[in-house]
Write a protein that binds this ligand. Structure first.
Ligand SMILES: Cc1ncc(COP(=O)(O)O)c(C=O)c1O
Length: 422
């Protein structure tokens, strides 16, 4: 019943997927919990839980020791690094692990800051999460000039004319979100990267919001850096940064002397979160299995991930259409971002709304009591809520879908909103 057929041999088996996630069985006040908070963090499949606890039971040690648990730790980290390399389409020495995207981005910005001079410029956008703004903005103290690309207010897409105007021969770095965590817009990242490179700039991509929704291919994009957070795509709370090998070797990170100058070690300081790294490998393997479940011919992990995202995108577009049709029936509701049903490939199923006469916090609270987990506020997309003039009145209510959500949950949250607003 929950299967949605697509044109090719990629079918998302939602019942199979949901059965992997034990937390989805929770209830709230007698209502089944509906996890519509994916953009803030997704649930994890059982195998991720098992990998984390299994590591702590059997392999818990620091790295580089001449004994069994330490050797197991070393090989587990190498395995998870390879899994992330398959996930992003690069080599494993281009993968850096860290506590979260924000911390990794600050570390990179400090290092890039060492190379900046007074006439250098950095280009950012108003659509982005603050973790893709403040670490770069901080480079003003190195003399860099910061420029911002505006949005098209009507559909919360990037104003590409303004982008072209702002990227000049002075631009050293252009940073852009792959997708907007507040309103779901998927940016024309490949085109933006080409514009940046044509002017001689490096391009950083914040793929945190895109990660659960689409296949990432850093080689195809040709980005210089790309960051994501595994807790947004069914893994543990950690961040991952891809950097082109040439940059990771050339840039000078601030590091302790005991770290070697080899990549990735020169960028990964102190003891990493080993148990979560074990979970990262398991979450990539979950997605690969989802792909094999959709397309049995996909055997190599990267092919299986491609199949997974093909099935996920097709399924999520069905949910998005249903959600937009449902939200349109709610009196006084304004949906921010792309609402045109013929443009669903340009957005993630992340819906930011306001309903007149109700604050986002009131709506999120009332939905929460009925078992719907949604978010209110700005989700750190502070430039956007300020640009849209809604920061002082509570931001948006955000309803975020991922592939473990169902059409039935969409119908139920729409019905609950109707009931709440009367
Ligand atoms: C688009 C986007 N970028 C960056 C971040 C920050 O990620 P992290 O929590 O891993 O630092 C988030 C977190 O919500 C996000 O949604």
């Amino acid at each position: 019943m929950l299967k949605i057929e697509t044109e090719a041999a990629t079918t998302l088996d939602v019942a199979w997927a949901r059965a992997q996630f034990p937390s989805l069985l929770q209830t709230v006040n007698g209502h089944p919990a509906a996890f519509l908070d994916g953009p803030g963090g997704t649930q994890v499949p059982q195998r991720v839980i098992d990998a984390i606890s299994g590591y702590l039971k059997q392999s818990n040690a620091n790295t580089g020791g001449a004994y069994a648990t330490s050797r197991r730790t070393d090989s587990m980290i190498a395995e998870s690094r390879m899994a992330m390399a398959d996930f992003l389409g690069c080599d494993s020495d281009e993968i850096l692990f860290g506590p979260n995207m924000t911390t990794l981005t600050y570390a990179l910005s400090r290092s890039i800051g060492r190379e900046l001079g007074p006439s250098d410029e950095i280009v950012l956008t108003h659509l982005d999460h603050d973790a893709d703004i403040s670490p770069w903005h901080a480079l003003e103290e190195r003399g860099a000039r910061i420029r911002f690309v505006d949005i098209n207010e009507a559909d919360c897409t990037l104003d590409m004319t303004d982008l072209v105007r702002n990227v000049t021969e002075h631009t050293r770095l252009l940073s852009i979100g792959y997708a907007a965590n507040a309103v779901g817009t998927i940016n024309q990242v490949k085109k933006v990267i080409r514009i940046g490179h044509d002017r001689g700039a490096m391009v950083f991509v914040d793929a945190v919001h895109y990660g659960p929704h689409g296949l990432i291919d850093v080689r195809e994009l040709d980005c210089d850096f790309l960051a994501c957070s595994t807790y947004k795509f069914f893994g543990p709370h950690m961040g991952v940064l891809y950097g082109k090998r040439e940059h990771l070797k050339r840039l000078q990170p601030y590091k302790v002397r005991a770290n070697t100058d080899a990549i990735p070690n020169r960028w990964e300081w102190g003891t990493l979160n080993h148990e979560c790294i074990a979970g990262v490998g398991a979450c990539v393997d979950y997605l690969a299995d989802l792909g094999r479940h959709a397309d049995a011919s996909a055997s190599h992990r990267r092919d299986a991930l491609r199949a997974a995202y093909k099935a996920i995108q097709s399924y999520e577009r069905g949910l998005a259409e249903r959600m937009i049709r449902g939200l349109n029936q709610i009196p006084g509701l304004k949906l921010y971002g792309i609402a045109d049903l013929t443009r669903l490939s340009e957005r993630c199923p992340t819906f930011a709304v306001r309903i007149s006469g109700h604050t986002p916090l009131e709506l999120a609270t009332k939905l929460g009591e009925r078992g719907f987990f949604t978010w209110d506020g700005n989700y750190y997309a502070l430039n956007l809520t300020e640009r849209l003039g809604i920061e002082s009145t509570g931001g948006f209510l955000r309803i975020g879908l991922v592939h473990y959500n169902t059409a039935e949950e969409v119908d139920r949250v729409v019905a609950a909103l109707k009931e709440i607003v009367g």
